[in-house]
Design a protein around this ligand. Structure first.
Ligand code: GLC
Length: 635
């Protein structure tokens, strides 16, 4: 059902406010008296200049900025998490942005429930004095992953192994459509991290340890989301993140939340920072990025959120970035314990919109007093608000503040899932197959499948899935690897599943073909920081027991990073890295049984030991277990 979401809606709301006298027309620039005293719902309202879509974005920004009070300007710089907002403040203050943090679901956690929640927030915001539309943001980092029923794609580490820009563009397109179905226009993706230390819990959010692969895939994904023209109503705003050097932090330098490396210190010199971590931002700005998120990490002795040199001189000056810089969640708070000082420092450094995310009134009060005291120049405020308004005008939000609920019918559609299935198949990397065991025949007499991860959608999806940290079990619609195997074999093939691998009561004299799926349990961000990423002890024991009973053993690893395997009794005949494939397990069966060939190649170096970590692109370790680019292919 389409909702009234045209300029008429905003203008009628605004003119109604004028007519009812609730609009203070004596502020900075007089709002012309309404042409009618009782604004009928009409499409021919005499739009105020900033509501006139025939004017240039610059003209519209100039007109609107000239009408705004300081309070309204600072409200535009305020990004609040949706559970913390007093709904009346949306209309009273004219808050610039809301977000759902990881999960951040409505009370009715369906795509329809999301659409209704965001529509309500937007309608309230359009009731503000100047009816500046809200920008609602979410982490749709591998599909619209917060929403049950949405298709969930492989995480970026798998897409890096697929290394297919055309596929990335299609994934970006589908993500945009499923996000727009829920009235959301802003996606905190892609991460353009170059994760050099696989001990980092965010390794899987990076495409590769090769900067060029990161740039190419992220640009294609952004192109899919933004289509080179943000005024296209089927586009959403992407957000390359986290600027800059988030993937280059050093183990043991983290100081928040008990993390080890996440949000830590990037110790690279400027030349290295510019060579490894900066290039994706150049590419993405050229590709039209209009929002960039700053990194929690530190460089040059200070938090990135305080880095005026990098945020303003380099990003906005040297690189010519004309969009707005958004902070990360409560990130400015880490600058200093004195919150007022943190606000002053961050805004003066170049943060344009602050993801507060909770106590927005304190942020607003502190920034207001800082401007009034001259600690934050009005020019800085105007620059930040200009950037934010220019993006909102570019997105066409004043004309179409809502998404398109007609797209709800496409959320999780077979067509979307087919693309995810293709992505899964292309992301799998065949690491070992000494006896050319693969592909398997779908006519095998019997197949034993072991490992809890074989039948667990939550493990398959990893973090950032339905909830921030993800979780085990059937949390949304999808196909597990076991279900995919069962669906791929012939009717005469007997598939037996035993998560423990004991297969009690089955004749000992059988010498079955076995598939065992092992893997990491879901995590996100620093919760996944791990000093020695390796198989769980239970999985090690499982593999040993399977080796005893299986004639041939295929092992599939579900993980957010390369795991340390050296020293394991590698009783397997074939070994596959499946990363975190998401909801479409059929893509695993497609390559297992030869419907499509293995084509994935490692976009990360796979180390033998932690001594080979972090990866140094300028000086690869020389003797990894599997080098970057490794991946066996079969005809
Ligand atoms: C998180 C992440 C960032 C995410 C933001 C909003 O802490 O660092 O990637 O976009 O908060 O959820």
């Amino acid at each position: 059902m389409r909702r009234l979401g045209t300029a008429a809606a905003a203008a009628a709301l605004l003119l109604a406010a004028c007519a009812s006298g609730t609009v203070d027309t004596t502020t900075s620039a007089p709002v012309p008296a309404p042409t009618t005293t009782t604004p009928a719902p009409t499409t021919t309202v005499e739009a105020l200049p900033y509501l006139d879509a025939s004017l240039s974005i610059e003209e519209r920004v100039d007109d609107l900025l000239g009408r705004m009070t300081l309070a309204e300007k600072i409200a535009q710089m305020t990004l609040v998490e949706k559970n913390s907002i007093a709904p009346s403040d949306l209309g009273n203050l004219g808050i610039g942005g809301l977000l759902s943090g990881g999960g951040g679901a409505p009370s009715t956690n369906t795509a329809e429930g999301w659409a209704e929640m965001v529509r309500d927030f937007q309608e309230r915001t359009l009731g503000s004095r100047l009816a500046i539309p809200l920008l609602y943001g979410i982490d749709a980092v591998h599909g619209h992953n917060n929403v049950p029923g949405a298709v969930i794609f492989p995480h970026n580490i798998g897409l890096g192994a697929a290394n297919d820009p055309d596929l990335m563009e299609r994934i970006g397109r589908i993500t945009a459509l499923e996000v727009l179905a829920t009235n959301i226009h802003w996606n905190y993706a892609p991460a353009v991290s170059v994760p050099l230390d696989i001990r980092w819990g965010r390794t899987y959010e990076g495409y590769s340890q090769d900067t060029a692969i990161v740039s190419e895939l992220a640009t294609a994904y952004l192109r899919g989301m933004q289509r080179g023209d943000l005024s296209d109503p089927t586009t959403i705003l992407g957000t390359p993140k986290h600027f800059v050097g988030d993937g280059g932090t050093v183990w043991g330098t983290a100081t928040t939340n008990g993390y080890w490396i996440d949000q830590g210190v990037t110790e690279a010199d400027e030349e290295t920072l510019r060579a490894i971590h900066l290039p994706p931002y150049l590419e993405l700005i050229d590709a039209g990025a209009m929002s960039i998120m700053a990194s929690y990490s530190s460089w040059g002795g200070m938090k990135m959120h305080a880095q005026r040199y990098l945020l303003t001189d380099v990003l906005k000056g040297e690189l010519g970035f004309e969009g707005f810089v958004v902070s990360d969640w409560e990130a400015i708070d880490q600058i200093t314990d004195d919150y007022h000082e943190a606000v002053v420092t961050a805004i003066n450094a170049g943060i344009d919109m602050n993801m507060v995310p909770r106590d927005y009134r304190t942020f607003i009060d502190d920034l207001t007093s800082a401007v009034e005291a001259g600690d934050v120049p009005m020019e800085r405020i105007d620059d930040a608000v200009r950037r934010i308004l220019a993006v909102k005008f570019s997105l066409g939000l004043f004309e179409q503040p809502f998404g398109d609920e007609a797209l709800l019918a496409e959320v999780g559609s077979d067509a979307h899932r087919a693309v995810a299935r293709e992505a899964v198949a292309k992301s799998l990397v065949l690491l070992e197959d000494d006896d050319d065991l693969l592909p398997l025949s779908p006519d095998e007499e019997r197949i034993w499948v072991a490992g809890g991860a074989a039948d667990d959608l939550g493990i398959q999806m990893g973090g950032w899935s339905i909830s921030w940290q993800g979780g085990m079990g059937a949390r949304t619609e999808g196909t597990t690897i076991l279900e995919a195997i069962e669906g791929a074999v012939s009717p005469g093939t007997v598939v037996t599943f035993d998560r423990s691998g004991r297969f009690d009561g089955i004749a000992e004299d059988e010498s079955p073909l076995c598939i065992t799926v092992v893997g990491e349990l879901p995590y996100a961000e620093g919760a996944g920081d791990d000093g020695s990423p390796e198989l769980l002890a239970g999985d090690v024991a499982l593999l040993a027991s399977m080796d005893d009973v299986c004639a041939d053993l295929v092992v599939i690893i579900l993980s957010g990073r390369p795991l340390l395997l050296d020293g394991l009794e590698s009783g397997w005949e074939a070994l596959i890295a499946a990363w975190l494939p998401g909801t479409e397990g059929d893509g695993v069966a497609d390559v297992l049984f030869g419907a499509v060939p293995f084509t994935g190649t490692l976009s990360y170096e796979w180390p033998r030991s932690i001594d080979q970590v972090p990866f140094d692109p300028s000086n690869p370790s020389g003797d990894p277990r599997y080098p970057m680019g490794h991946g066996l292919t079969h005809p």
